[in-house]
Write a protein that binds this ligand. Structure first.
Ligand code: ATP
Length: 501
């Protein structure tokens, strides 16, 4: 699977999806650029998200707030004091690690041992294998599971109590070593704030310090009244926003999974206090549907938070089975009135609405859905990457949902003569106003199909000599490689139908 991940990373670079930032200078860690196909895929994901929120819900409206905000925003939100990760330095290798990631990796190691036992037994018992029974009785499995449970319990207690000594004790008790030097010469575990800061204006100093927003949500909270009043909404209603966020992540790894500059798609849903569990369940279901409509449902799993963040009373992640493990893709949080009340207190401005049912002014509660655009991009890309063996021939292609594919159709003249290129341009003109299409005339048709497969184009349209006679073209479908003829006049409707989300 790790090997598969390496293949996806190389593929992303080779076919113009993702490049390391400033690559000619060696690449900037955890910062990436999107190439010609990458930017199309990103835009399609954004469009899909925006439509699912703003277009499909009468009571959700959009917002585009700026990255810089008054620093008081981050004081009220708790980010100045609590947006930390536990950090540990290795004195030998001079490498920094997140203590919680080291501990999670340790648990994953024991989980790996369990999976190995299962695979071994599956081979031995074949069809008679009863996995449930095996997990409940095999001594090796039970021993490893006990270890995981013990570590998890200690980990949870330490995290909840903000107990850095406790985290350090888990690292030491389990002889966790530095992955680079192989030694365990650690410094103390300490909290590290993840916000980037800079100075606003010409004079440097603390009084001009501003932060690059670490989440887009706060832009929504501080605009709550502006948006509610100008869009004539009242709770229950939502505000949706797509925008950049910045975090000085300590461990930046796994490609675009954890970046220092990334984009979030967040929606804050403002509701009457007391109704939060109803809306929390509603949004859990909606968000899962959103993902499984464009990806294989087996890859998405709900996972309740081990630790509920400082602002939430209920939180769940939608996790995706990435090649490097099952990890968070999206968070759904019941944030109560934590943020609005904190801003109300610090700004002395009322952030309330008049609730007719309750007969009084109230600070609304909030249920938020928050997904990383780049992380969703990675889930879509790894989910689409397919290697297939058909009749002794291997084929690699990206099995994107057609609605997300960077290019919907590629138009090919069979040869470069006999007026076929001109006819192919005519075909392009029929569809290019509604769909992103590309034109190619180099190389044999087979090679052109392969190139389009590699970037996930769902349809290839070939203009041949018959086209000149009857105005039909050959359409070749990416997944089945099947071909059929279609009148040019029907192409647009065909693509409309098959490439919609
Ligand atoms: P993680 O535990 O992976 O650090 P988080 O719980 O801090 O994530 P949230 O603050 O809930 O994440 O952010 C919401 C979403 O934003 C995440 O589900 C993820 O998709 C995305 N996200 C967060 N941090 C990053 C990052 N450094 N790079 C890319 N996407 C990110």
């Amino acid at each position: 699977k790790e090997n598969m991940f390496q293949k996806v990373v190389s593929h992303a670079k080779e076919y113009g999806f993702v490049f390391p930032s400033s690559e000619i200078y060696g690449g900037l860690q955890a910062v990436y650029d999107y190439g010609s196909n990458g930017v199309e895929l990103r835009n399609n994901i954004k469009k899909y998200w925006w439509a699912s929120m703003v277009q499909m819900h009468e009571n959700i409206v959009g917002l585009d707030a700026s990255i810089f905000m008054d620093p008081k925003v981050w004081k009220a939100s708790g980010h100045v004091d609590a947006f930390n990760d536990p950090l540990v330095d290795n004195k030998d290798s001079k490498k920094r690690y997140r203590a919680d990631v080291l501990i999670e990796d340790l648990m994953a190691k024991y989980q790996g041992k369990i999976e190995k036992e299962v695979t071994k037994a599956q081979k031995r018992f074949g069809d008679d294998f009863d996995k449930e029974q095996f997990l409940a009785t095999n001594p090796n499995v039970l021993r490893n599971q006990k270890k995981i449970d013990e570590i998890e319990a200690k980990f949870k207690t330490a995290l909840e109590a903000d107990d850095m000594e406790g985290l350090k004790a888990i690292i030491e008790e389990n002889n966790i070593v530095c992955p680079i030097s192989g030694t365990c010469n650690w410094t103390d575990v300490r909290q590290f704030n993840l916000m980037f800061s800079t100075e606003l204006g010409a004079v440097a100093g603390d009084s001009n310090k501003v932060y690059l927003r670490p989440e887009t949500a706060q832009g929504i909270f501080v605009n709550f009244l502006n948006v509610m009043n100008t869009s004539r909404q009242r709770p229950p209603f939502g505000i949706a926003q797509i925008g950049k966020a910045f975090r000085n992540e300590i461990v930046a790894r796994q490609f675009i999974f954890r970046m220092r500059e990334f984009e979030q798609m967040e929606m804050q849903f403002f509701i009457q206090p007391g109704t939060e569990m109803k809306w929390y369940e509603y949004w859990k279901e909606q968000r899962m549907k959103f993902h499984t409509a464009v990806g294989n449902a087996d890859n998405y799993v709900f996972h309740d938070h081990l630790k509920t963040a400082h602002y939430a009373n209920a939180a769940v992640d939608i996790e995706f089975k990435f090649p490097f493990g099952q990890k968070e893709l999206e968070g759904i949080h019941s944030r109560t009135d934590f943020d609005l009340s904190a801003h109300q207190e610090l700004s002395s401005k009322k952030l309330q609405y008049f609730d007719h049912e309750l007969g009084k002014n109230v600070v609304p509660y909030v249920v938020e859905t928050s997904v990383g655009l780049d992380r969703m991009f990675l889930s879509i890309l790894t989910g689409a990457y397919t290697e297939e063996e058909v009749e002794g021939k291997s084929r690699t292609y990206l099995k994107f949902h057609p609605g997300l594919a960077p290019i919907k159709a590629a138009v090919f003249p069979l040869t470069k003569k006999d007026g076929l290129p001109e006819k192919a341009r005519e075909v392009m003109n029929e569809i290019k106003f509604d769909h992103n299409v590309s034109y190619e005339e180099k190389d044999a048709i087979g090679k052109r199909y392969t190139r389009q497969d590699l970037i996930g184009t769902p349809y290839c349209i070939t203009v041949d000599h018959q086209t000149l006679e009857d105005n039909t073209v050959t359409v070749r479908e990416r997944d089945t490689t099947e071909q059929f003829r279609l009148p040019i006049a029907e192409l647009k409707a065909y693509l409309d139908k098959h490439c919609s989300l």
